[in-house]
Every structure is written in structure tokens, then in C-alpha cells.
Design a protein around this ligand. Structure first.
Ligand code: BF8
Length: 625
């Protein structure tokens, strides 16, 4: 096969680097994917089980061979158990991220993490009020410390409720309670997933899936929401800010440091350390014109929306950034970091620096990061990158020209403030039909879909049809690269949405709400809109999509978005087709349970049609034709 860079990505910067990779004989994720083809169809259908050592077992999808595993598990049981384990892993990833953020917050309160501070005092007090923590005649530190304890307690609760779930409309909470999926405690739900999927425990597909929904809710309205809120207290709640994205943000003359992963606990310190006068002096001594920090994936989203730090790309661009030959250090923490980076960076001068006690990578230089000496460690990391600048081989450097301006940082608070402090103008626009509805488009890249093709085309179709889009994660970066996060993109919107964007002072038709844990911001926004309209979230003219999803986190996200009442279209097929029962439940049965379900549609134009007709149907039901 002669791979064509145009088949792999719609993004021109990425195409340039893919051509460079091919001519240099460098392997990328696309090459490894092609070597995997054809992929195992038992795995694709979800009908292999490795949960005990009588197996591995697999079910014959054609009904000619084994119909059951050694223990008697059917395809329905195996598919449901495998899906539940994916949800558990995704919920665990988001929630463990949240745990680290809260523990840092607690250590800060105790004076043991001196590099951190409270940046959003108003949010601290509003969260304290939400938790019923007294604030009168108490110091800010006392309030913060009690709030930290209350947040930490959410992980180990046995009987619930998780406080932030009460932000949902009352009808939604009652529904969760009625069907037994109101989450009790974050860790409890995840542990129970692992218990239920052990051999010989939960063996009914519907029963297993309901626990999957409960676990996912402990992520969306629990772990992810806690991560978002605590990070806002520590680092500030995002407000609109302009910046730029794509591989062209790398600098020819400066030390380039890429921060990649998910936890702003690390990246915030790196951004600060790069401004330290002694480090800037060192950079000058090394012959550099300064230090250029650029983000990648969700860490990129975090620093982009809080500080306007440019972002170099999304998930499928992490290797391409290294191939520019211009990166002095790739600094990583957790999640979505390809283990392939070790071997790749060894072909260049790039230092691949791993920092999390939880995540080691082959070929990485380990510089473990602990909040007690956060700033000092960040300075050491930045210094290592600066000292690596003279090792750059300028004849090997290829930085694509593409660098797209964007406006980001639309937290729920920022959106409400753009609306004048109340959701009413948005409701009026929805009622009048100027804005037909809200599309939440999120999620990863996946080599099974041409890079950014699903994201960009789906979002363009939605805004063209007057659907206001909110975005997070790698979709947000794809949209930014395509120019959809700039106020000028309103020209691509339908007449109603275009007029609304202009009336609000020139906002983009696609609003960047942050990283993947920040999908919790989308939940908050939908709850605010539903409450203002006096309806449940499932009644809203809103739909979700993950056009290029691939991670287990995305499975948990999909489950909690649907459990919250938002119909969701997936662009890649989850490994469930081996069970008609599970597939039927996910694509239609859930409608009767939580008032929303999944659809699968890889073609972004058809996916947009599905979302638009769902939004139309909801408008009609609300009498908004
Ligand atoms: O949490 S969208 S590829 S970077 S999993 Fe990963 Fe997917 Fe990107 Fe952020 Ni989210």
C-alpha cells in the first residue's frame, strides 16, 4: 500500500508532516493501524471474554460454533460485561484525575503545596454554599479546607448522593432515583463494575448496562465535574481569550516545549516556570529567542482556554509534532499519550519527559512531579528543554505554516455572562428559531476516520443549519484548526445563528468549552437551559456527537450524556454488535428508560441529519415549530 497523506488527514499541516514522515521512513499511528488490518472481528463485535482463565472464550457470531463461553456466558452477557469494563476504565480515568486535583487543593489548604493558590475566590464560595459549608466569620483557607474534605468524601461515599448531581433538573434526578441509577459514590460505582464483571456475578445484560449508566453518571456529574470545578478554583474559570492552533504555532527560533496529557496541575506550573527570568536568560545563552510553550490534546485545551497558550494539535498530531524536528521537550502526564513517542523521539533530539507517578513510558526521561515542589520541578523540566536547544538539527526542521487564530474559553459562566448574566437571550433565540438548538460535539480522533474529517464536517453542517455548537476535547482543536472557533466563522452559519453571534458582540458559532472533563460544563449549561424552560434535559432541542471517538473515557462520556437525556450520535462503532440485545438497548431501548439513546453514523453529513431531525422533533414537542 502506498499511503497517501491526503487520505489520512484533512488538515494541511498534518498532511505536510505525514509526507515528511513517509520520506524519512518514520512510522506513525496510521502505519501501525494498517499493519493491524484486518482487525479481529471477535473483538470488534465484543464477543470475546478474558475474564477468567478457563478462557479466553469467544462466541461464533454466525451461530455455527460456540454459543456460550465455558461458564455459560452468552454473547449478550459477554458484550454487556465488556462494555461495563470500558465505562469503568473511562470513569476511573476522569475521576482519578479529579482526585489528584482535589488532593492538590487540600494540600494547598494545608500549606503543603505552596506553588498553588486560589485564583477564583467567587467560585470557591459558591461551591462552599452548594455544599452547605458555613462561610461567615471564617477565613478563606478554613472554607477551602472544608470544601476540599467534602469533595474528597465524594469518592468514598457509600450511599450518595453526589452533590453535583443535584444540579440536574428535578425531573432528571427523580428519574435516576426511580430506575436506580442515581450514583452513590464515585469509587463505589467503579469498583462495583469490576465486581459485577468477575466470573459468576452479574449475568443479565440490562442489569449490567443500568449499572454502566450509574457509573457513568458518577463520572459526568461527579469526577469530571469535580475536576472542572476544583481546577477553576485553583487556576481560574475560563473567560474568552484569543490564541492560535496547529503545528505552525511551533517556533523556529525559540525553545519549543510541548505539554501533553490532561492534568493542569503540571502544565500550569510549566507555563509559569517558562517565564522565570533565570530560565529566560538561560534560553538566550543557549542561542534561543525565547521559550515557546504549546499544548497538545486536553492539556492543550486547559492552558489554551485559561491563558491563551497556543495548541499544537489534537490526538493524531502528537507524533507529527515531533517529526517537525523543532521540539526540545515533549512533557507528558497521563492519558492519550502514545507509548510510540519513546521510539519516535529517539530519532530526533526531542527529550520525552514523563512526570506522573502513575504513568511510565518506554524511552522516556523520568522527572517525577509532586505538588510539594511543583514549581521547582517545573523549572528543572523547562531547564532540561532549554539546555537541549543547541542539539536541534536545523537542517531537519520542518514547521508547517498553518497557524489558525481562535477564540476560546467559553465556560458556562462565560457563556451566561456573554448573554448578559441570564440564559433568557439564548432561550429567546431558541424559541424564535434563530437558533434551532444546541449541538454538543466532542471527543477524540480515531485512525479509522480521516483525521478531523468527521469533526469539521459535522460541525459545519450543524452551524449551517442554525445549531449553536459547544465543543470540548480533540473536537475543539479540530474545529479551531478549521477556523470554526473564530468570530469570522459566523459567516458559515445559517442566518439566525449568524445574527445571534454578531448581536453577542462577535462570538464564534462554535463555543470552546474546554477539555474532556469539561463536558461537565456542557451538562451544567444544559441543566441551566432546561430549568429555565421548565423542562427536563431530554426535552431540549439538543443532541450530542462524538464523530471520531476512540477512548474508554469517551464510552463513559457517551453513557452519561445519554443518561442525562441527550441523544448522541457516534462516528465509530462501539464493540457491541455481537449482541442484539445490547445493541437494541443502546440504540432504542434506552429511550424508554432515560429518554435518549445512541445512534451510530460514520458519515458526518448523515450524522448531522440525524441530529437535526432529532432537534426538529424536540422543537415540535415543545411547540416551537
Ligand atoms: O480526554 S478527546 S483523544 S485527548 S480522550 Fe484523548 Fe479523546 Fe482527545 Fe482528552 Ni478526551
Amino acid at each position: 500500500m502506498n499511503p497517501n497523506s491526503l487520505d489520512r488527514s484533512i488538515d494541511r499541516a498534518s498532511q505536510t508532516m505525514l509526507r515528511e514522515a513517509r520520506s524519512a521512513g518514520i512510522e506513525t499511528v496510521w502505519d501501525r493501524y494498517e499493519k493491524q488490518l484486518p482487525q479481529c472481528s471477535f473483538g470488534q463485535l465484543g464477543i470475546c471474554c478474558r475474564n477468567c482463565n478457563m478462557g479466553p472464550c469467544r462466541i461464533d457470531p454466525f451461530g455455527e460454533g460456540a454459543e456460550k463461553g465455558v461458564c455459560g456466558a452468552t454473547a449478550d452477557i459477554i458484550v454487556a460485561r465488556n462494555l461495563l469494563r470500558m465505562i469503568a476504565a473511562g470513569a476511573a480515568a476522569h475521576s482519578d484525575h479529579a482526585r489528584d486535583a482535589v488532593l492538590t487543593f487540600k494540600r494547598m489548604c494545608e500549606g503543603a503545596a505552596g506553588s498553588y493558590n486560589i485564583k477564583d475566590e467567587a467560585k470557591l464560595y459558591s461551591l462552599a454554599t452548594e455544599y452547605g459549608i458555613p462561610t461567615d466569620n471564617r477565613t478563606r483557607e478554613e472554607v477551602a479546607s472544608e470544601l476540599a474534605d467534602s469533595l474528597i468524601a465524594e469518592f468514598g461515599k457509600q450511599a450518595g448522593p453526589i452533590c453535583f448531581t443535584r444540579r440536574a433538573p428535578e425531573a432528571r434526578i427523580k428519574l435516576w432515583q426511580k430506575i436506580g441509577i442515581d450514583p452513590r459514590g464515585i469509587d463505589r460505582e467503579i469498583v462495583e463494575c469490576m465486581h459485577r464483571t468477575h466470573i459468576g456475578v452479574d449475568n443479565d445484560a440490562t442489569h449490567i448496562l443500568l449499572h454502566g449508566l450509574r457509573t457513568s453518571l458518577s463520572d459526568g456529574w461527579g469526577g469530571s465535574m469535580i475536576a472542572t470545578e476544583v481546577q477553576d478554583v485553583l487556576f481560574g474559570t475560563p473567560k474568552p481569550v484569543t490564541s492560535s492552533v496547529n503545528l505552525g504555532v511551533l517556533s523556529e527560533g525559540k525553545v519549543n516545549i510541548l505539554i501533553h496529557g490532561h492534568e493542569p496541575i503540571l502544565s500550569e506550573m510549566i507555563v509559569e516556570a517558562a517565564e522565570a527570568p533565570e530560565i529566560l536568560k538561560l534560553a538566550e545563552k543557549m542561542g534561543a529567542k525565547g521559550i515557546n510553550i504549546a499544548g497538545m490534546c486536553c492539556t492543550g485545551n486547559e492552558t489554551l482556554m485559561r491563558h491563551g497558550v497556543p495548541t499544537a494539535g489534537n490526538f493524531l498530531q502528537q507524533e507529527l509534532a515531533i517529526i517537525t524536528g523543532a521540539v526540545e521537550a515533549m512533557v507528558v502526564d497521563v492519558q492519550c499519550i502514545m507509548p510510540a513517542l519513546g521510539q519516535l523521539t529517539s530519532c530526533y533530539h526531542t527529550k520525552f519527559i514523563s512526570t506522573s507517578p502513575k504513568a511510565e513510558f518506554p524511552g522516556a526521561l523520568r522527572m517525577e512531579f509532586h505538588e510539594e515542589e511543583a514549581f521547582e520541578t517545573a523549572k528543572k523540566i523547562v531547564r532540561a528543554a532549554v539546555e537541549n536547544f543547541p542539539n536541534r538539527n536545523s537542517s531537519k526542521v520542518i514547521i508547517p505554516a498553518e497557524k489558525q487564530a481562535c477564540m476560546v474559553g467559553f465556560s458556562a459562566e462565560a457563556i451566561l455572562s456573554a448573554l448578559g448574566g441570564t440564559p433568557e437571550p439564548l432561550l429567546d433565540a431558541i424559541k424564535s428559531g434563530a437558533v434551532k438548538g444546541i449541538g454538543a460535539v466532542v471527543g477524540c480522533n480515531n485512525v479509522k476516520i480521516k483525521h478531523n474529517y468527521g469533526h469539521v464536517n459535522l460541525v459545519k453542517e450543524l452551524i449551517k443549519n442554525d445549531v449553536l455548537v459547544v465543543t470540548t476535547g480533540c473536537n475543539a482543536i479540530a474545529c479551531a484548526e478549521a477556523g470554526l472557533l473564530s468570530p469570522e466563522a459566523a459567516e458559515l452559519a445559517g442566518p439566525g445563528l449568524k445574527a445571534v453571534c454578531k448581536a453577542l458582540g462577535g462570538i464564534p458559532p462554535v463555543l470552546h468549552m474546554g477539555s474532556c472533563v469539561d463536558i461537565s460544563r456542557i451538562l451544567v449549561l444544559t441543566a441551566v437551559v432546561a430549568k429555565a424552560l421548565g423542562v427536563d434535559i431530554s426535552d431540549l432541542p439538543a443532541a450530542g456527537a462524538a464523530p471520531e471517538w476512540m477512548s474508554e473515557k469517551a464510552v463513559s462520556i457517551g453513557a452519561y450524556v445519554v443518561s442525562s437525556g441527550v441523544h448522541t450520535v457516534l462516528g465509530t462503532v462501539p464493540p457491541v454488535l455481537g449482541s442484539e440485545t445490547v445493541t437494541g438497548l443502546l440504540t432504542s431501548g434506552l429511550n424508554g428508560v432515560v429518554g435518549a439513546s445512541f445512534a451510530v453514523e460514520p458519515d458526518p453529513f448523515k450524522a448531522a441529519e440525524l441530529m437535526l431531525s432529532h432537534i426538529e422533533a424536540k422543537r415540535k414537542a415543545l411547540g416551537l415549530e
